[in-house]
Design a protein around this ligand. Structure first.
Ligand SMILES: *Cc1c(COP(=O)(O)O)cnc(C)c1O
Length: 417
């Protein structure tokens, strides 16, 4: 120690005192109630702790259960054998084995886009957003970077890096009027938003396309929650709904949710090869020595193959049927949508207790609370999957009703069979 030093944080775009200060107490409370820090083995769709407690996970984002599909597992193993190395550690811009190129070609054909892969969606966004901010991914003009207030933390986390390249701003959730206003005042704007929200709901693609046509608005979508689960061949919500699919629309999506593997796909249209090279060379961790490893590539090639078959359509249908079944038992704000996530509202005071009762009855649903969600909107987050049985869904709803989910009073009087 060299005496007193006054280091004053700027806190312009992030504040750990606030995030940890507010969030950690709730996490501790979750953990004290057995709802966080759980360790369990997966066996045939059921999780089992060392103490022998069995439960079905209703907060897993592998919406089509492709993560445990035998073909996907086999794909990972056979790719390792075929390429003979897990990861030949060197930036791909210098030397690479053909594995990743094969996957990018496959995903490019599958999703009708130019695809660049990254080890995760978070890594993709951390690398791409500053390149957009500096105008290197775009038309050369440094845009105002406009972040949706509710955008995923992996997007918002890029604010400080973007702010060192250009101006940035945050707007209310899906505030089209504000975005248009910004388009009028700035030569170029890039709006950063989730394609499908982690708490339900979709981006207003049609209104945004209007602004794209009128002002050249660039939109950066993170469609992680709807890839595979949604659209023909699992192309996701954005690429099946956005009328603008050219250099003004950039979409990233994790391969770790419904796609069932690991890694991420950046989906681009109309960019020159030179720009794709800039991404490989300058987009943060995309140009470090670790690309998607061979097992992840092999699993992803296998999952892509499943996406080309009727099996994917059947799994999507099974997922939709499970969502409808859930809605028939329990009404939530998102009832009636094809979105696989439902939030059952509870007060801050009751949400952990309710989650604990549900867990004890054999189901894991995660409590969400500020700062994961806005203040006053705590609840239990339920995720439906294709592989859940009708009985499991029915029993979960009965347990939720007993735990105090207000819109399910009728089920509360019945006992789960
Ligand atoms: C899950 C999720 C991510 C994280 O994906 P990784 O590939 O694990 O980084 C990013 N963005 C959104 C919107 C997500 O839902």
């Amino acid at each position: 120690m060299t005496g007193k030093q006054a280091i004053t944080p700027a806190h312009r775009y992030r504040n750990n005192d606030k995030a940890v200060g507010v969030g950690n107490a709730f996490w501790d409370s979750c953990e004290d109630n057995g709802l966080a820090g759980i360790v369990a083995e997966l066996d045939n769709g059921v999780l089992r702790t060392a103490e022998g407690h069995e439960f079905v996970n209703f907060t897993c984002c592998s919406y089509l259960d492709l993560d445990s599909h035998p073909q996907v597992i086999e794909g990972a193993i056979s790719a390792l054998r075929r390429f003979g190395v897990l990861d030949h550690c060197i930036p791909r811009s210098r030397v690479q084995i053909p594995a990743l190129l094969e996957l990018e070609a496959s995903l490019g054909e599958l999703f009708s886009a130019d695809v660049v892969c990254a080890i995760s969606a978070g890594v993709a966004s951390a690398g791409l957003l500053p390149l957009i901010a500096s105008g290197h991914l775009g038309n050369g003009t440094r845009p105002l970077m406009l972040f949706d207030k509710n955008c995923h933390v992996s997007l918002a986390g890029a604010k400080p890096a973007c702010a060192d390249e250009t101006e940035i701003a945050t707007c209310d959730h899906h505030s089209i009027d504000f975005i248009e206003d910004m388009c009028k005042r700035h030569e170029r704007v890039c709006y950063v938003v989730d394609g499908s929200d982690s708490l339900g709901g979709y981006a207003p693609v049609l209104e945004l396309a209007g602004l794209q046509e009128k002002y050249g608005l660039l939109v950066y979508y993170d469609d992680s929650h709807s890839l595979s689960a949604y659209g023909n061949r699992g192309v996701g919500y954005i690429r099946s709904h956005s009328p603008v699919l050219d250099e003004r629309t950039i979409t990233v999506a994790t391969l770790n949710k419904a796609f069932g593997t690991s890694g991420a796909a950046i989906m681009l249209d109309g960019y020159q090869k030179a720009t794709l090279r800039v991404i490989e060379r300058f987009a943060g961790a995309l140009c470090y020595s670790q690309p998607m490893n061979t097992a992840a590539v092999g699993a992803s090639l296998a999952s892509a193959d499943i996406h080309r078959t009727e099996e994917l359509t059947a799994l999507q249908g099974k997922l939709r049927a499970n969502i409808q079944l859930f809605d028939s038992y329990l009404k939530t704000d998102h009832a009636g949508t094809e979105y696989p996530i439902r939030v059952i509202p509870f007060s801050d005071e009751s949400v952990i207790h309710a989650g604990r009762r549900v867990f004890e009855a054999g189901f894991y649903v995660s409590p969400v609370f500020f700062p994961i969600v806005a203040r006053g909107t705590a609840g239990l987050r339920v995720m439906l999957r294709a592989g859940q049985t009708s009985q499991q869904i029915r029993d979960l709803c009965a347990v939720l009703a007993k735990a105090g989910a207000c819109q399910a009073t009728e089920l509360a009087e019945e006992t789960p069979s």
